[in-house]
Design a protein around this ligand. Structure first.
Ligand code: PGA
Length: 254
């Protein structure tokens, strides 16, 4: 199946940036310049406290608001945590799970990511599951093994009917926030390997799973990356913090 059968996803990841007030200002500006076309799904994943301002400001637009993490449990004594149904009720459509920063700083493992994926899907949200190799893993030529293992672990126990709700983001750790990107052909090859791993578990449903590239993607390199047949979109960090830059990434082919 060719990529034209999969709808492009351009998702922003704000990480720990912007206050609710700044969120409102960004969304108000972005609303006026955002592309009207429907060729791609646009998501903005924002800090939890910014979700109400983002949802309120973007109501009646086609921008989906997302969170950057959630807890795998339904409710209970988990001080400081946020459950998937709370995000849904707050108006979220997406949740980033297993970002390398969470794996590095907050002890996120393949197992916890998998539990969260199952919970998020059960609540009807779309998980954006991040996978990616470290520089050392890249240098020892085990990129495919690492990302395929992470992908299979994250999707363990997902039903074939639900797997097409999952979005995977291939983010080489060494490319995040560094200004270095994987070459378009390398990213395409790795994403093809990820799709082959999904095919082993889910057969042809793999053709409908959107797999994004992330890691220093911006308005300058988006066209080249997006012209690859396996790359279905982007997860954008730094370049999603400025409305004008994010708009340019979405309009990469324009
Ligand atoms: P970056 O971040 O675009 O700033 O490299 C991407 C991400 O971490 O999702």
């Amino acid at each position: 199946m060719n990529r034209k059968y999969r709808k492009t996803v351009i998702a922003g990841n704000w990480k720990m940036n912007k206050t609710p007030t700044e969120t409102k200002a960004f969304m108000t500006e972005f609303k006026t310049i955002m592309p009207r076309g429907r060729w791609c799904d646009v998501a903005l994943c924002v800090p939890a406290v910014c979700i109400p301002a983002a949802v309120r400001t973007m109501r009646e637009t086609r921008i989906g608001i997302g969170a950057e993490n959630c807890n795998a449990n339904a409710s209970g004594a988990y001080t400081g945590e946020i459950a998937a149904n709370m995000l849904l009720d707050a108006g979220c459509k997406y949740v980033i799970l297993g970002h390398s920063e969470r794996r590095q700083y907050f002890a996120e493992t393949d197992e916890t990511v998998n539990k969260k994926v199952l919970k998020v899907l059960a609540e009807g949200l779309k998980p954006i599951v991040c996978v990616g190799e470290s520089l050392q893993q890249k240098q020892t030529n085990i990129t495919n093994e690492v990302v395929c293992m992470q992908t299979k672990a994250a999707l363990c126990g997902v039903s074939p009917a639900k797997v097409t709700d999952v979005v995977i983001a291939y983010e080489p750790i060494w490319a995040i926030g560094t200004g270095m990107t994987a070459t378009a052909t390398d990213a395409n090859r790795t994403i093809a390997a990820i799709r082959a791993a999904i095919r082993e578990l889910f057969g042809d449903a793999a053709d409908q799973v959107r797999i994004l590239y992330g890691g220093s993607m911006n308005d300058k390199n988006a066209t080249e990356l997006m012209s690859q047949p396996e790359i279905d979109g982007g997860l954008i960090g730094g370049a999603s913090l400025v409305a004008e830059k994010f708009e340019k990434v979405i309009n990469y082919h324009g």
